[in-house]
Design a protein around this ligand. Structure first.
Ligand code: FAD
Length: 395
């Protein structure tokens, strides 16, 4: 029998996957994923939502009771409590993700930083919360991150704003380090990522000396990221611990389009297979170096998840080892999250929250991802319908 046969079989166990959901909730999820299968609805739907909000039409209820309900925990930390508690009944943890991005005004950036600190404080209070996460573009403007990434000489005004941003970041990281709460920095567009990488590395030098507090995210759909990981590891040479969050990457279409429009080579791998290969190679690189690295495996890909599980089993790395955390997004791949947790693995769902208008970019990314030909909607529909039929047979 193959090492992972038990867990593989369990990825088909829809009873465990959806134990926390009523049949009505399953039907609602089914309807949302079914809509995602119709590409024209996603295209027209996103346009209607953007226009509706622009012209102040009462459109938020439509979002709230469809995609928001499927993919977000609520509009505030307190609002997320029910979802967080429900998942933790099955040992699936949560990561509160204040999904407000690309802020412009200093007071908004300060407000986001305060909210991130509130999510960190919550982790100390609740066993169900595993760590905290944020986007750099929520606390430093996108414009500034882009200027610094392109090594532009900053004006005095920009330099002042940059210093304030770095101060904000340091405050958040210190707040997390003082409370021993792991903190992940999301990856964003390639044209702001160099600044994010440098800031993340600076924070790790400061706060990852004894254990991993700060994690940086690597998007393995980029063809340069495996080399970056290896060079980074060699450069650090044991001087601090690396926190590595691995994802495939959420901005593929945008990245390819920009590269084409501006006439530079696309930073994205030529095909999905290359992305998969690099994701797995990076994951193995980290798993083989747990004395120096903590790895956060952010994926809905069953094969990558099973590879990690296989490696852990074969190398006597305990399922509950805190240096390996599996994560999926709220509302997606319950079959992976709940079945991994059942086998004792450390699992936490990203639970996005925030005002509906502010989380729209996040929701549109989920819609785009799930509506793509190779997206996960088909698998979600298959599992949901199987569970609905199974329950019907019981009555
Ligand atoms: C917990 C968690 C945290 C996340 N945080 C971030 C983050 O900080 N930043 C971020 O950008 N994304 C983030 N994501 C989203 C992530 O990058 C993926 O978009 C999403 O998870 C789908 O990838 P997958 O591994 O789950 O599934 P899969 O279905 O195996 O992979 C789909 C992904 O493969 C890549 N891909 C698809 N087609 C091609 C192709 N033709 N050529 C090359 N590559 C291709 C794309 O990245 C696509 O999203 C996060 C996801 C999770 C689960």
């Amino acid at each position: 029998m193959n090492q992972h046969d038990n867990v593989l079989a369990d990825f088909e166990d829809t009873e465990t996957a959806f134990a926390g959901k009523s049949t009505w909730q399953l039907r609602e999820s089914f309807a949302v994923f079914k809509l995602f299968g119709i590409q024209s609805i996603i295209y027209i739907g996103t346009k209607i939502i953007v226009l509706g909000l622009k012209f102040k039409l009462p459109i938020t209820w439509l979002v709230k009771y469809t995609i928001f309900k499927q993919f977000c925990g609520g509009t505030s930390i307190d609002d997320c409590e029910a979802a967080v508690d429900q998942m933790y009944k099955y040992k699936v943890g949560s990561i509160l993700d204040y999904s407000v991005e690309a802020c412009e005004r200093e007071e908004d950036l300060d407000q986001v930083a305060d909210e991130i600190c509130r999510t960190i404080a919550k982790v100390v209070e609740s066993e169900a919360l595993k760590c905290s996460v944020f986007k750099m573009s929520g606390i430093i403007t996108f414009d500034l991150l882009q200027r610094v990434s392109s090594q532009e000489q900053l004006t005095k005004k920009h330099q002042e704003l940059w210093d304030r941003g770095v101060q904000r970041l340091d405050l958040i990281c210190k707040y997390a380090a003082d409370r021993k709460v792991p903190l992940q920095i999301d990856a964003e567009e390639t044209w702001i990522q160099p600044a994010i990488d440098n800031l993340a590395e600076d924070m790790m030098v400061k706060y990852n000396t004894e254990k991993v507090i700060v994690y940086n995210t690597l998007q393995m759909y980029r063809h340069d990221r495996l080399a970056y990981l290896k060079d980074w590891y060699a450069k650090v040479n044991g001087s601090y611990k690396l926190g590595v969050k691995l994802v495939r990457g959420a901005y593929m279409e945008k990245e390819r389009l920009r590269a084409e429009q501006l006439g530079y080579p696309s930073p994205i791998q030529s095909d999905k297979e290359s992305t998969d290969q690099d994701f797995d190679a990076a994951m193995m690189f980290c798993l083989e170096r747990l004395h120096q690295v903590a790895v956060f495996i952010g994926t809905h890909n069953e094969q990558s998840t099973l590879k990690a599980v296989d490696y852990m089993r074969a190398n006597d790395i305990g399922a509950s080892d805190p240096r390996v955390l599996f994560s999926q997004l709220y509302g997606m791949s319950e079959h992976i999250s709940f079945n991994l947790a059942k086998h004792g693995y450390q699992v936490a769902k990203y639970v996005p929250y925030g005002p509906i208008k502010s989380v729209l970019p996040y929701l549109f990314r989920r819609a785009e991802e799930n509506s793509s030909i190779k997206g996960h909607a088909g698998r979600e529909l298959e599992l949901l319908s199987r569970e609905i039929v199974r329950r019907k047979r019981l009555v």
